[in-house]
Design a protein around this ligand. Structure first.
Ligand SMILES: NC(=O)c1ccc[n+]([C@@H]2O[C@H](COP(=O)([O-])OP(=O)(O)OC[C@H]3O[C@@H](n4cnc5c(N)ncnc54)[C@H](OP(=O)(O)O)[C@@H]3O)[C@@H](O)[C@H]2O)c1
Length: 220
């Protein structure tokens, strides 16, 4: 199922989609695309409150400026103008993966294509209709991502949430964790699912004025 959807989506992309980007550096043309889980968490490992709250994350203008400069494509389309990113090129990612829970945040605001400058895949076995620029994937996420990685392109951003990340935990090549200095006690975890340890190796960490850190790990 995932393979059929992926082939169909790639054909559509090649035929019609102006956002489809051709890898433009020799490195992008030759290396396999990485799946990168880029996410904001609390110190106690939550990406949102129990009801999806996120307003407890402190605002750190320096961190935001650094992230906007390095991966402007992770700023939602509706916020790009305010961030001065209207015409920003995609620098690292050309594709994003969302679970239905994450995508629904946008739907609740009446937005059906939250990252219009990216190829968007939403994993769901219940959603049927959506935006023509968003592909719903109801099949196995692992099989789907393995095929997607074989296609030419930039890296693939796993946007969230915890359930989808739990299913894909063994497929993640890199973690980029924005960890904010707040403890919330309960909420939606970075990874949901069964006990299943996967090792990662530290690549680097940066500390910002608010006390937030951005730490990058690759799968060991
Ligand atoms: N802090 C951050 O940076 C950040 C980033 C993104 C999201 N979030 C937060 O994360 C929360 C959502 O996370 P979540 O863990 O509750 O949900 P989620 O992972 O976004 O979505 C879960 C849904 O994805 C679908 N899904 C999961 N596994 C699947 C599979 N194997 N095959 C097909 N579909 C599958 C299912 O949809 P169906 O039930 O329709 O089948 C499932 O209900 C939101 O509140 C959002 O605020 C935070």
């Amino acid at each position: 199922m995932g393979g059929v959807l992926l082939r169909r989506s790639l054909r559509q992309r090649e035929a019609h989609d102006p956002r489809a980007s051709t890898p433009n550096t020799s490195e992008q043309r030759t290396r396999m695309r990485k799946l990168i889980y880029y996410i904001a968490t609390t110190l106690d490992g939550f990406i949102a409150g129990p009801d999806g709250q996120s307003d407890f994350f402190p605002i750190d203008p320096d961190l935001m400026a650094a992230m906007n400069a390095e991966q402007p494509e992770t700023v939602p389309t509706r916020l790009r103008a305010a961030a001065g990113l209207t015409d920003a090129e995609n620098l690292r990612f050309d594709t994003t993966l969302m679970g239905r829970g994450t995508y629904e945040l946008a739907l609740k605001e009446g937005i059906t294509s939250p990252y219009a400058h990216l190829q968007q895949y939403v994993f769901s076995r219940t959603l049927t209709t959506t935006d023509p620029h968003v592909e719903i994937v109801s099949g196995d996420p692992v099989a789907f991502i393995r095929q997607l990685k074989q296609q030419p392109g930039m890296d693939i951003w796993l946007c969230g949430g915890g359930q989808l990340a739990g299913h894909l935990r063994r497929e993640i090549d890199e973690l980029m964790i924005k960890r904010y200095p707040v403890v919330i006690g309960a909420g939606i975890p970075v990874f949901a699912g069964q006990f299943d340890p996967v090792g990662f190796t530290l690549i680097g960490t940066r500390t910002f004025p608010s006390g937030a850190t951005v730490t990058t790990y690759m799968r060991t």
